[in-house]
Design a protein around this ligand. Sequence first.
Ligand code: ADP
Ligand code: MG
Length: 685
Amino acid sequence: MRPDRLNPLFAAADSLKGVGAGLARPLEKLGLTRIRDFAYHLPDRFVQRRAVENLDEASVGENVVVALTPVEHRASSGRGPFRVVATDSAGNVCTLTYFGRASYTAKKQLPLGEPRWVAGRLDQYGQMLQIVHPDHVTDSSGAALGQLVEPIYPLSEGLTQGRMGALVHQALEHVEPLPEWIEPALLDRMQWPAWRDALLLAHQGEHPAARDRLAYDELLANSLALLLVKQSNRSRVGTPLVGDGSRRARLQLPFPLTGAQRRAIAEIEGDLTQSAPMLRLLQGDVGSGKTVVALEAMLIAVEAGAQAALLAPTEILARQHYETLKRMAAGTGVEIALLTGRDKGRAREAVLMGLLDGSIDMVIGTHAIFQDTVTYKHLALVVIDEQHRFGVGQRLLLTQKGRRTPHCLAMTATPIPRTLTLAQYGEMDVSKLDEMPPGRQPIDTRVVAVERVEDVIGAIARHIETGQQVYWVCPMVREQESADLAAAEARFAELRERFGDRVVLVHGQLRPEVKDAAMERFARGEAALLVATTVIEVGVDVPNATLMVIEQAERFGLAQLHQLRGRVGRGAAKSTCLLLRGAMLSETARERLALMRETQDGFRLAEEDLRLRGGGELLGTRQSGDTPFRVAQLDQLQRLLPVAHDDARLLVERDGGLTGERGEAARLLLYLFERDWGVQLLRGG
Ligand code: ADP
Ligand code: MG
C-alpha cells in the first residue's frame, strides 16, 4: 500500500482546475495522468527576454520586451491574420500578428494610441518587423517582464505553453517536503537541493543541480528496486538441479554449438546446481541461437526430475517455439506441451492434467501457463523469451509460482548499450552470446528513396517469381496510430492489386485469430508477401523470407531496424533489406540509415544509437529499446547511474529491510517512481 502522504501526488489529473474531458487525451499522450506526472513534466528549456528601449537595440530572432504604441488595427479579409501596426520610441514600425480567435483579445489589449509593454520573439516578415502572437501584453512593469524566465514545456496537440505552465504550477502546490533518501554526504558533495526545492527550481530556470538531483532520484529508485529483487531472490529457496546428461546425450543437433553457446550453457548449468534460484539474462543478437541454449537448460531440469516452462510474449511465438523445440528434442523422449489462452476444452484439460501429474515435462506458452488454474507437479525452471516485453514486476509474479522459487532464465535480443544493461537488468547475472553461428551471410542493406517505390515493387515481383518470400514493414507509432494504420492498409491494397491473394496483412488492430491465420499462411509459404506493422519484430522465423522492405525507415530507431532486419537472412539464400526513406531527412536520420548499411552488429548499433541521440534527448520517449526512465537524460544516466547503483548497493547492505530512517525515506522514493514491487518483496520475504 502506498504511504498516505504520497496520495495527493497520485490524485488524478482531472482534480486540477481546468482539466476536463477535452484535455484528457492530449495530456494522456504526454503521460500526464496524475499530479505527480505534472510535477515531473520538466521544461525542455527556458526563454529569457531582454528589455530594450527601442527595436534598434534588438536583433531579429531575439526574445524582447519593448514599449510599443498601436497606430492601426488591420483586419484582413477571409481567414488571414489580424494585424496591429505599432511604433516604438525611435519611430520603428513593428507589426503584431494574430491568427484565429486571439484577434479578439488583441484588439482589446492594444487600443490605438496607448503605449503597451509587449513581450515576444522579434521576427522579420519581408521588410517588416513583426511579433507573432506576443507572449505578453501589459500596460505596466515592462521591467518585470524583462526579468521573467519562462519554461518551455513539451506539448501535444491541443495544449499551449500558457495552459501547461498553469497546470504544472497548480500541481506543484500539492508537493510537500519529503524526508531525504539521498546519502547526506553525497547530497553535500554534489550541492544538491532537497527534493521539493529541486522540483520547484527545475521549473523556474536552468538549475543543473536541481535537474541532476531529480534524475538521480529516478536512477536510485530503479537501482534500489532491482537490488531488492536480487536480495530477495538470494534468500529464496529453489531446487538445486543436477542433470545426469541422459536427455542431452540423446539430443541430435544438426550443428555443433558455438563457443558462446557452450559458455552460456555452462554458466546456466552452474547456477542450476545452487539452491538459490538462478536469475540470469541471456543476451544475444537475433539469430545468435538462444533457443538451443534454452532447450539445454530445460533438459537439465527434466533430467533432474523436474518440469520446465517457456514463456513467449505472443501466441504466434509460443506456437513457433513449440514446433521448433518439439522438432529439436524429438529424440530425447521428453514430453512437451503447448498451452495458450486460446486452448479450450478437452485439449486444455489434458495439458492441465499432465502438468499436475508430471507426465508433461516441458510446457511452452503465453502467460496462460501461469494462471491460477494451472498447477505444476514440480516446476523448477522458467525461461522467459523476449524479456523486454515483460516488466520486472510481471516477471516477479511469474516466478512466485509454487512453494519453491523456480530458476529463471530471461532471454533478450534487444541490443542495448552497456550503460543501460545495468539500469534495465541490474538484478540479473548476464550471459552474452557474442558469437554468431558460422556461415551467416551478411544482409545486403540499401537505402532507397521512396520515389523509387515502383522499382522496389518490380524487384519484389522478380523475387517472388523465384519462390522466395518478402516482408513489407510499415511504421506504427502510437501518436499517429490512425494515420499509420491507414497508410499500411493503403499499401496493402496497392500490393494486393498487383500480387493478388498472395499478399497478407498483419497489424495490431486485427483480431488475434485473423492475425494468426495470416501469419500462418505466410509461415507455411502459401502467402508470398507479408505486409505488417512492427508486430513481426519479435522472433518470427521464416527462413524462406529473404527480402524485407521497410517503409519510412527514418522513423524507426536503430535497435528496432536491426531487429526487423533480423527476420531475413535466416536461411542459406542471400538476403536483402531495402530501407525506404522519405524526402526530408535530418542529419541524424541520415547517419542512422548509413549505419544500418555499414554494420550488422546489434551491440554496436545500440551504442551508436545512444550516441546519436545526443545528451539532451529524453530516454523514455522512444518507442523501442526504451529505457525505464522519464526524468533522467542520457548524459545524466552516464554520469549518475554508477553512483546511484553503488549508493543503492550500500543501502541494501546496511539496511536491507529498509527499516532505518533513510530506509523509510527510500521506501517513499520507490513508491514515487512506481518501483513499489521492490517494497512488496520486503514484506513477502
Ligand atoms: P535467436 O537467438 O534469435 O532466438 P535462434 O535460436 O532462433 O536464434 O537461432 C537462429 C537459427 O540459427 C536457427 O535456425 C537455429 O537452428 C540456428 N542455429 C542455432 N545455433 C546454431 C549453431 N551453433 N550453428 C548453426 N546454426 C545454429
Ligand atoms: Mg528467439
